[in-house]
Design a binder for this molecule. Structure first.
Ligand code: HEC
Ligand code: HEC
Ligand code: HEC
Ligand code: HEC
Length: 136
């Protein structure tokens, strides 16, 4: 009797470990940063706090990596936006500011329209917060 119980417990424990390992593995957001500050420009507007994990996680907004990292393959991200999107003076069609605004604000406005509610930040101060408090 005791032996059977022990086997059951051990099997159940092993199963749980396997499940949690799988859950961790299958959230691709684990391959990216958590909360970051986008602060490469920051000349006229304050840096933008960005919850990378929440945007990408299957338990969050579940946005595909390639929606933002549009030149990457799958979850294989090795470049930042600024590797390609430079300042307008460097002759790129889309500046770094333009790339962020088009991607970030573009999705938020679309989402708000769809939800008929202003939930995703779209006003300047929503993203460019004056206070320097960044939630970690
Ligand atoms: C909503 C947009 C968005 C989504 C979705 C997204 N990312 Fe990102 N990611 C960013 C931004 C913005 C940065 C910061 C890049 C910069 O500053 O140029 C970044 C940075 C990164 C970095 C750091 C790159 C470096 O060299 O510093 C990695 C790694 C990364 N993301 C991986 C991922 C993976 C993996 C996924 C999918 C599971 C993902 N990202 C989904 C927007 C996104
Ligand atoms: C390997 C180079 C490269 C990287 C990295 C890159 N881009 Fe781009 N992106 C381009 C090119 C090339 C275009 C085509 C238009 C142009 O020449 O500017 C473009 C176009 C865009 C466009 C306009 C077209 C569209 O799809 O709506 C947006 C928005 C954009 N990028 C956002 C981003 C963001 C945000 C990041 C980082 C998460 C990023 N890009 C990373 C090269 C890159
Ligand atoms: C493909 C869609 C999409 C893209 C691209 C996107 N977001 Fe979001 N974002 C959302 C959604 C959906 C929400 C949550 C709205 C809600 O609360 O229901 C959100 C919420 C936010 C919030 C509010 C706090 C939070 O994290 O919930 C901030 C800040 C934010 N996004 C910044 C950004 C920035 C900066 C970028 C570009 C680097 C970006 N987002 C790109 C869809 C997107
Ligand atoms: C969804 C978030 C979001 C919203 C809303 C938004 N921005 Fe931005 N903006 C960004 C991000 C991300 C950057 C890149 C920040 C950096 O790298 O320092 C940026 C960069 C900029 C820059 C260039 C950086 C600088 O300081 O010179 C300016 C100017 C700017 N935004 C103005 C505005 C104005 C004006 C509005 C309102 C009409 C606005 N933004 C709304 C996310 C947003």
């Amino acid at each position: 009797m005791k032996k059977i119980l022990l086997v059951t417990v051990v099997t159940a424990a092993g199963f749980l470990v396997a499940i949690s390992a799988l859950a961790k593995q299958t959230d691709p957001a684990e391959n990216g940063p958590r909360v970051i500050r986008i602060d490469e420009l920051q000349q006229r507007r304050p840096a933008v706090p960005f919850d990378h994990f929440k945007h990408a996680s299957i338990h969050g907004y579940n946005i595909k990596c390639t929606t933002c990292h549009h030149k990457s393959k799958g979850t294989d991200v090795e470049t930042t936006c600024s590797d390609c999107h430079k300042s307008r003076r460097e002759g790129r069609r889309l500046s770094l500011k333009g790339a962020f605004h088009k991607r970030c604000v573009g999705c938020h406005v679309m989402y708000n329209n769809k939800m008929h509610k202003q939930v995703a930040p779209h006003r300047c101060e929503d993203c460019h917060k004056k206070t320097k408090t960044v939630k970690k």
